[in-house]
Design a protein around this ligand. Structure first.
Ligand code: KIV
Ligand code: ZN
Length: 524
């Protein structure tokens, strides 16, 4: 360890722990199925993350299966599962991850008096005892890589927090995580907490100190960086800043801050920054969470210069107004890749270039979809291809699929729609009349499927620029008091709307099949 002017661990690499598939998946409106999670996990390896938190296996059978599949298939990163300090959670977590190349159990207990009194109804002594017993159990199953989190650490009494941390280290924890669970702390206060912990718990020097910051006050990245400057060696992040409520520290922000300001931070990371844009697009497309235009690093406007003075400066000398290059995060100036005369082979090699490897039936299906688009659209870009393949992956496990739809709409008529939805066994027809074309499509789908969803959110955006751009639609639907998201792309936004709605109903079917709602949250 090196310490200079209050800073610790200068020069030590930072472990990037990605929790997109666990905390990120807890964002309201997310719902990834097992193949989508696998796809994201493979991309996270290409991005160079060190640890993938793949899920919370005890929360639902669906989560267990997804974590298990990732543990078996994804190589090149530590695969971690979350577990409460409860014996059955820890054993279930171990069963899900034990086949991983490098497995990690991540167990947690709350340490703040607010949580102890109102949520856990346990005394401090009981929490200390539980920490010792459960960390010992987890360490006996997964020796050598065990993470312990003190939930709500930033609102905990620091002396009690230090005792819990010391107990966890003595019981076998190799990483200690200090979460700002409710996004309450501020950078200088958090840095002081990290300093205090290093002073009060000398054995912290022998393990990895991690931080996990939520963005309720908009300072998750700043808090993470403050902790890094004071010695944290692992940072927990999520792609596009997804996560509970206002989300987690954004992977792309923490990584680019460490890389761009390496002069100050002096903490290397393994992130392949040129994979950032692609990962962001994939996560946005699969989770259905669109990225706001002015989002740092990955927003549509993050590298756009609107004012004349800025444009003039950038044209003369890029560094006048740019601190990073778009190409550093993998954005290319022109990403036109294919046209309608391109063949199957060209599609296959372009997909491989963007890290998507398809063969056999999957390639045939991607090619069929590509041809449909290329017939209607002059140039098919990398972003279009990613959106199309993302859609194919999403549809693989679907129970319902939209086979055809017709809409009649206009200024002086009542809109009417007819749809046909396949339910694996047989086609079901549905029809409806109503005020708007989108509403009539959704009602016709309800009629065909026999499920009635209440529309809670509806968003449309274009994948690229141009009138012939693919349109992406995201819906959130409430069924039986629970919310389900669906998302789809098409050159026709009415078709994308219909498919997105059908996808949401597929998520209803999947949730029912997977044994109902997750225990930790409303199933989304
Ligand atoms: O925010 C939090 O405290 C968490 C823990 C489970 C690490 O997500
Ligand atoms: Zn969290």
């Amino acid at each position: 360890m090196s310490t200079t002017g209050g800073r610790r661990n200068i020069g030590e690499p930072i472990v990037i722990f990605d929790t997109t598939l666990r905390d990120g998946e807890q964002s309201p409106g997310s719902s990834l199925n097992a193949s989508e999670k696998l796809e994201v996990a493979h991309q996270l390896v290409r991005l160079g993350v060190d640890v993938i938190e793949a899920g919370f296996p005890a929360s639902s059978p669906g989560d267990f299966d997804a974590v298990h599949a990732i543990a078996k298939e994804v190589k090149g990163a530590v695969i971690c599962g979350l577990a409460r300090c409860i014996e059955s959670d820890i054993r279930t977590c171990w069963d899900a991850i034990k086949e991983a190349e490098r497995p990690r159990i991540h167990t947690f207990v709350s340490t703040s008096d607010i949580h102890l009194e109102h949520q856990m109804r346990k005394s401090r002594d009981e929490v200390l005892e539980l920490t010792k017993e459960m960390v010992e159990l987890a360490a006996s199953l997964c020796p050598g890589d065990l993470e312990f989190s003190a939930m709500d650490a930033t609102r905990s009494d620091v002396d009690f927090l230090a005792k819990v941390v010391e107990t966890a280290i003595q019981a076998g924890a190799t990483t200690i995580n200090i979460p700002d669970t409710v996004g309450y702390t501020l950078p200088t206060e958090f840095a002081t907490l990290i300093d205090q912990l290093y002073e009060k718990v000398p054995s912290l020097e022998k393990v990895v100190l991690s931080v996990h910051c939520h963005n309720d006050l908009g300072v998750a990245t700043a808090n993470s960086l403050a902790a890094v400057e004071h010695g944290a060696t692992q940072v927990e992040v999520a792609v596009n800043g997804l996560g509970e409520r206002a989300g987690n520290a954004a992977l792309e922000e923490v990584a680019m801050a460490l890389v761009t300001r390496r002069d100050i931070e002096q903490r290397p990371v393994n992130i392949v920054t040129t994979e950032i844009a692609r990962t962001s697009r994939m996560v946005s497309s699969l989770t259905g969470h669109m990225v706001q235009a002015n989002k740092a690093i990955v927003g549509k406007n993050a590298f756009a210069h609107e004012s004349g003075i800025h444009q003039d400066g950038v044209l003369k000398e890029r560094s006048t107004y740019e601190i990073m290059h778009a190409k550093d995060i993998g954005l290319t100036e022109s990403d036109i890749v294919l046209g309608k005369h391109s063949g199957r082979h060209a599609l296959r090699s372009h997909l491989a270039e963007v890290g998507i490897h398809l063969d056999g039936e999957d390639l045939d299906e991607a090619f069929r979809r590509f041809k449909v688009i290329a017939d209607k659209k002059k140039e098919v870009t990398a972003a279009d291809l990613e959106a199309l393949v993302g859609e194919e992956i999403r549809e693989r496990e679907d129970v319902y699929s939209l086979t055809r739809f017709y809409v009649a709409a206009g200024s002086d008529i009542i809109s009417s729609s007819q749809v046909e939805v396949d339910t694996q066994k047989e086609p079901h027809a549905g029809k409806a009349f109503s005020g708007g074309s989108v509403e009539s499509i959704f009602l016709a789908i309800d009629d065909a499927v026999g499920v009635s969803g209440k529309l809670m959110d509806y968003q449309v955006r274009s994948i690229t620029s141009g009138k012939d751009s693919l349109g992406e639609v995201r819906v959130v639907v409430e069924v039986d008091g629970k919310r389900y998201a669906g998302q789809a792309v098409s050159i026709d936004v009415l078709e994308a709307s219909a498919k997105a709605y059908v996808r949401a109903l597929n998520n209803v079917a999947m949730a029912r099949e997977a044994g109902g709602a997750r225990r930790d949250r409303v199933y989304l």
